[in-house]
Design a protein around this ligand. Sequence first.
Ligand SMILES: Cc1cc2nc3c(=O)[nH]c(=O)nc-3n(C[C@H](O)[C@H](O)[C@H](O)COP(=O)(O)OP(=O)(O)OC[C@H]3O[C@@H](n4cnc5c(N)ncnc54)[C@H](O)[C@@H]3O)c2cc1C
Length: 493
Amino acid sequence: MTSPDTSKNPPAVLVWFRDDLRVADHPALDSAARKGLPVAALFVLDEESPGLRPLGGAARWWLAGSLRALGEGLAQRGVTLVLRRGGAATVVPEVAAAAGATTVAWNRRYEPAAATIDRTVEAALARQGVAVETFQASLLAEPEALRTKSGKPFAVFTPFLRAVLAGPSPRAPLPAPGPMQGVEGLASDALDDWALEPQRPDWAGGLRETWTRGEAAAQARLSEFVEDGLAGYADKRDRPDLPHTSRLSPRLRFGELSPFQVFSAAALAREAPPGRRPSDTDVDKFVAELVWREFSWHLLAAHPDIATANIQEKFDAFPWRDDPAALSAWQRGETGYPIVDAGMRELWTTGWMHNRVRMVAASFLVKHLLTDWRAGERWFQDTLVDADAASNPASWQWVAGSGADAAPYFRIFNPVLQGRKFDPAGDYVRQFVPALRSLPAPAVHAPFAARPLDLAAAGVTLGKTYPAPVVDLEAGRERALDALARSRRPHQK
Ligand SMILES: Cc1cc2nc3c(=O)[nH]c(=O)nc-3n(C[C@H](O)[C@H](O)[C@H](O)COP(=O)(O)OP(=O)(O)OC[C@H]3O[C@@H](n4cnc5c(N)ncnc54)[C@H](O)[C@@H]3O)c2cc1C
């Protein structure tokens, strides 16, 4: 093990970036800058350490843009972002030694396997005589900090929310540091060599059209949402046809923004001039959604195998069907149910899906198609730009009924009624399922029940221009309820 070489140069500080790809409100970078020592910055693409869930394709695409922007943000301040591929337990001590770092600083992360790696890195650095400083940055409430009165992790959202709100107010966000002295001459990979963005085939065209990645775009989106989207959030957040959710999820996922910045911007909006001020209900609802994110991480800490094991063990005996054709129809957005298909096509094209539609599409898979929630979770993990280790599996278990505080399995969304309620004019469906563009509402949500004349006038031929339903809604519902009943009577056929 090499010790830091401080014979020629002054000691330096190494900042290890992970899911916090920003320069503002970055406590580890802020602390390094304040020391007045040379600063080195490192990102490790770790595909070797055991237990880490590999990034999905859409998330890899996002990561590339985020890293490019972070590299620019750091370079403007005199610091070069070093990119290295390999196991963090080897790479971080190596780069620390090469940089002559006497301190390595990072913001804490909460995926159990990642936290284990961090402890290993810390031990290796200690053996090199390098100090480690860690900070809270990615969650308002760290998973271990909150406990029920009986000292257990929370399993129900509302008391968790109450506990978060009763706790200390989230700190004010830190400004980005000014110019720093960087450490020169450290070996770095080239970002393009990591091939994070798809080439052949290049399926990312829709993602590029939809998103601008990086910290500056994230901050611009936060301001825009707080000014134009937050007022009305409580009433309109369930409408996929309206621009009333923040679309900040991939920004929070990669830490282009911190939850402290988002919380603070929402809190400040309460003081906006009348006329532009969101109601308290709007802000409270938005903060509650941010706390759902916190709750997911809290659940992951309590259930490290949340992506693979039912939180409620009684679901272990659930008779899921293995139907690759049905799964594939769902993945491709060809179920014959327009709100589900629009959502799945939005996901494939843009890497994101509206929350209400995520719930309807997920429910359709696990209930009407009786497919194991883990298959859906894996598809979302690969295709969502905001896929993370906590919110994705926790939300899937919530929809499936197997999670903590989950919607009961017997509550089965009817995709036609959901579509008519939340996309009343059918505009969302028309945007992502162009074959149905000319069908009038409400037929656009149930083309299989439309009058032949309406279908003909709209140029729709079921089974040709748009699929016939993969399952009859009532039959699928009955089959799901029957499966639930059978799973509760495991000894009977
Ligand atoms: C089956 C399913 C899978 C999901 N997978 C993910 C995932 O992988 N990553 C992810 O970030 N969210 C996931 N969600 C939660 C939610 O759908 C997204 O966070 C939300 O749609 C993001 O859009 P937004 O930024 O416009 O949200 P907004 O309504 O503007 O909310 C603001 C922020 O709060 C957080 N948030 C909102 N709702 C939730 C929620 N229900 N659970 C956790 N955090 C929430 C997000 O960070 C979001 O950016 C999933 C939901 C379902 C039903």
